[in-house]
Design a protein around this ligand. Structure first.
Ligand SMILES: Nc1ncnc2c1ncn2[C@@H]1O[C@H](COP(=O)(O)OP(=O)(O)O)[C@@H](O)[C@H]1O
Ligand SMILES: [Mg+2]
Length: 367
């Protein structure tokens, strides 16, 4: 059976790596064959919006999925009912627009940030007055890794941010002085079965995820996050893996955003959970029974950003697992990750600290 994947990045690569032992074949669509996924499986080459290529991909695949949310919704919709697409396009549409996302959170009684849409000077003034300072101005669409955002502490910064981002629909939301950030990942299969992973504690810098540790207590937070995630999965009669990010302030969860796909904060599940998020995404979209989501120990995932560290340094650490995405090194680009797996949180943090000293000294200070 062939799974068609729109996008051939590292998420697609890890989907293929998880699916091959299940007997699946993969076909990707991306702008070149030298992508992380294209290096290990065949690809069609062209634009994500190319209708002829999307149709060719659909014709050769049992089911179509995608490895990031900024794929062409219109292109996928135009394929019509003849093709099975999972996750559902309604969930993709929601996650592509920060306002639609917040509207859904509110509808499902999931607390989120105060916000207003901004598309003109008067609407900016109104948003500043209603939401107040400090805040964050973001593009409604196409944001990732903190791109398309400006933190606003003063009226002056609001004008600067608006000048920088204007021209596309924006959202202005309150700045949350969070204590920390978490995310939760779960899968819903075609049959309606749901499996939810332990909570991830995430550390971002400059809008990019640097470090995830899981499982992360306390139990009450896990229960509430799982409850919110379950509501989103059921709302869409979802098929596949979905992630919800939260800010945590004074023990309360405030939803930030969703991703209708496997997520960077779930990479630890490859070694750290009974079944990885990648395998469970495939099981879910194929209608197979979901695998157990229990943690196998205590995991820390360190993103490798810009450059790869010296391999011997990582490989000489017995708790470490090395993942190279096969990408060219470039500042700010995710080129790989390392997962540390240990039998206690203390031993995990000690091993992670040792690696971070060489890989990411700023993240080290926050650990
Ligand atoms: N309203 C906010 N208050 C405080 N920090 C924020 C806010 N919005 C974003 N951030 C910070 O920036 C990171 C990236 O923002 P996010 O909205 O998740 O966009 P992206 O799509 O780039 O991941 C967040 O994980 C958080 O660390
Ligand atoms: Mg985010």
């Amino acid at each position: 059976m062939t799974i068609g994947v729109v996008g051939g990045g590292q998420l697609g690569r890890m989907l293929a790596l998880a699916g091959i032992p299940l007997g699946q074949k993969f076909l990707f669509l991306d702008r070149s064959t030298d992508t992380p996924a294209g290096q290990i499986a065949p690809s069609l080459v062209g634009e994500f919006t190319d209708q002829k290529l999307l149709r060719a991909l659909a014709a050769r695949s049992e089911v179509l999925t995608f490895d990031w949310e900024n794929v062409s919704l219109a292109g996928l919709r135009a394929l019509g009912r003849a093709t099975r697409i999972a996750p559902p396009l309604a969930a993709l549409a929601m996650s592509q627009d920060r306002i639609a996302e917040k509207r859904l959170f509110t509808k499902l009684a999931i607390p989120t940030t105060r916000h207003l849409a901004v598309d003109s000077v008067p609407s900016l003034v109104r948003a500043l007055r209603t939401v107040g300072l400090p805040g964050v101005l973001k593009t409604r669409r196409l944001g990732y890794d903190g791109k398309g955002q400006a933190v606003v502490r003063t009226i002056e910064e609001a004008w600067h941010g608006f000048e920088k981002l204007r021209g596309v629909p924006l959202i202005y939301e309150e700045f949350v002085p969070f204590d920390f950030e978490v995310s939760i990942i779960g899968a819903r299969s075609r049959s309606g079965e749901i499996a939810i992973y332990p909570l991830n504690r995430n550390l971002h810098r400059d809008g990019i995820l640097r470090l995830t540790r899981a499982p992360f207590g306390p139990a009450a937070l896990q229960r509430r996050a799982a409850h919110h995630l379950r509501r989103v999965l059921e709302h869409f009669r979802y098929e596949g893996v979905l992630n919800v990010e939260f800010f945590v302030r004074r023990g309360k969860l405030i939803a930030n955003e969703t991703a209708p796909r496997v997520h960077n904060s779930g990479h630890w599940t490859i070694e750290g959970a009974a079944t990885s998020q990648f395998e469970n995404h495939l099981r879910a979209i194929l209608g197979l029974p979901l695998g157990a989501t229990t943690a196998r120990g205590h995991a820390a995932m360190i993103n490798l950003i810009g450059t790869l560290p010296a391999r011997p340094l990582v490989l000489a650490t017995p708790e470490a697992h090395w993942h190279d995405y096969g990408k060219e090194e470039r500042p700010g680009r995710k080129v790989g990750h390392v997962t540390v797996l240990a039998d206690s949180a203390q031993r995990r943090d000690a091993a992670a600290r040792k690696l971070l000293r060489a890989i990411d000294p700023v993240a080290l200070r926050a650990l």
